[in-house]
Design a protein around this ligand. Structure first.
Ligand SMILES: Cc1cc2nc3c(=O)[nH]c(=O)nc-3n(C[C@H](O)[C@H](O)[C@H](O)COP(=O)(O)OP(=O)(O)OC[C@H]3O[C@@H](n4cnc5c(N)ncnc54)[C@H](O)[C@@H]3O)c2cc1C
Length: 418
């Protein structure tokens, strides 16, 4: 067994609890500190897709600058920017545009492919024999298209991933409806990813992993980390709203707030947030048996245990701005058209939510040791894929903290790359 340490984790979202359980099982003594409690932020309300290597292509693509005005003016308003936030966003935006280069994108896609290759097996390992296992579906996921042009537009990315070994199947409209009879015949194509998983409730899955962590000896404390004492390349103490806490090893998994935590150590991390929204019609059972992502309209649909969830959109407005729930309505209005005869009349209630995706400019997570510190590691910035990547990243950081080689080249994910 590796040397045992006491590890403090900041953040009890899906990324923090998965890392906590992996570390605990490696023999460490682990405490997670969170301001709001388990799964109270972005991990609460996502679309529930646990993708495999199909998520490997980073968003910044050559020519995206040309498409941004079109996206902003599109009446379906997938993307919105609060202009008052633009001066703060500018450095992130410039780095994003720099990543929108064919060579950089392909190289980043290879790095993501290697990381995503372990998503489902890592969830298997973490949840096997625990209550969390029952919240995971293992029947694949779908990406859908309503136009031939939309489907053809994704051909280069699909070919690139197939070359790397990704497993997917094309479904024509009729084949899609055989698989999911509730969907509209207007959908012309789908790509089916048979190896991907999903969850019927991301909040319950995160809580189940958190409960398992506590059952196996981990501790979760409610407190906000407000400052740090550090020197000689080590963080020695956290200042929190529940008092000061000594630190042996520290893992930062604070989602969209991680750059603020890094700043407490004097480190600059170019993280921002892509805020997304959901609408849930509780009590409505559409019959959809696996989640889907609409590639052209940019939203996700998932039949959760509590009702049907419509999730998506990107709002660039920073972590502090108040939510604009009109965006949750936009997702719903677009998403309902994917169904053949959508009937909302049975809804017992409708809830809307906003979550902050933690996103680095190149869409790769920050995963690895914190620069200049011998006892701090970072695990954040998982953008649209944080649920998918949480278990895998948790195992990687547990390897690092335990002094083992994770068997993966982490150079592309180094936190200080911007
Ligand atoms: C609409 C939408 C749909 C999505 N769909 C999917 C999907 O289908 N599949 C997928 O893989 N991903 C999806 N995502 C992305 C995914 O939800 C996120 O990447 C993931 O939840 C991030 O998890 P996290 O643990 O890093 O962050 P969080 O869940 O936000 O957790 C971070 C925690 O850190 C705590 N914290 C922060 N600062 C401090 C501090 N100073 N002191 C103490 N605690 C602190 C916060 O309280 C918070 O609980 C979606 C996101 C959105 C918005």
């Amino acid at each position: 067994m590796a040397d045992q340490h006491h590890v403090t984790i900041i953040g009890a979202g899906i990324v923090g609890v998965c890392a906590g359980l992996a570390l605990l099982r490696d023999g460490h003594d682990v405490t997670i500190v969170d301001r709001d409690g388990v799964a109270e932020n972005c991990s609460f309300g996502n679309a529930g897709v646990i993708c495999q290597t199909d998520g490997s292509m980073p968003l910044p693509y050559p020519g995206i600058l040309r498409d941004v005005p079109k996206m902003l003016m599109d009446r379906r308003r997938y993307l919105t920017i609060r202009w008052g936030y633009m001066p703060s966003l500018l450095p992130w935006m410039l780095a994003f545009l720099k990543s929108a280069n064919a060579e950089v994108r392909e190289s980043n896609a290879r790095a993501m492919y290697a990381l995503l290759d372990g998503t489902v097996s890592s969830y298997e390992a973490l949840t096997k024999g625990t209550p969390g296992e029952r919240l995971i579906r293992k029947n694949g996921t779908l990406v859908i298209y309503k136009t031939d042009e939309g489907y053809e537009g994704g051909a280069d990315d699909r070919a690139f991933l197939e070359n790397l070994g990704a497993n997917s199947q094309h479904l024509a409209s009729e084949e899609l409806r055989q698989m999911e009879p509730c969907l509209s015949p207007d959908l012309r194509h789908a790509t089916y990813f048979p190896e991907s998983y999903s969850t019927t409730n991301p909040y319950k899955l995160t809580c189940a992993i958190g409960d398992q962590f506590v059952a196996e000896g981990g501790k979760i404390e409610l407190a906000e980390v407000t400052g740090m004492r550090h020197g000689a390349g080590r963080v020695s103490e956290l200042e929190t709203t529940a008092g000061d806490r000594k630190v042996d090893r520290l893992l930062v998994a604070a989602g969209a707030w991680s750059h603020r935590v890094a700043a407490m150590m004097g480190l600059k991390v170019l993280l921002d947030t892509e805020r997304g929204y959901h609408t849930v019609l509780h009590g409505v059972d559409t019959g959809l048996t696996r989640p889907l992502i609409h590639a052209e309209d940019h939203y996700g649909l998932n039949q959760m245990d509590e009702g049907v969830r419509f999730a998506g959109t990107v709002e660039l407005a920073g972590v502090d701005a108040a939510p604009n729930y009109d965006r949750a309505d936009i997702v719903y209005e677009k998403g309902r058209t994917a169904f053949r005869d959508f009937d909302p009349s049975g809804a017992t209630k409708v809830t809307k939510w906003m979550g902050r995706r933690p996103t680095m400019p190149d869409y790769l997570p920050a995963l690895g040791p914190a620069s200049g510190f011998s006892n701090v590691w970072f695990d954040f910035g998982h953008q649209h894929l944080g649920l998918s990547l949480a278990a895998r990243s948790g195992m990687v950081v547990s390897d690092l903290i335990s002094g083992r080689d994770p068997g993966l080249d982490l150079h592309a994910f180094r936190p200080e790359r911007f």
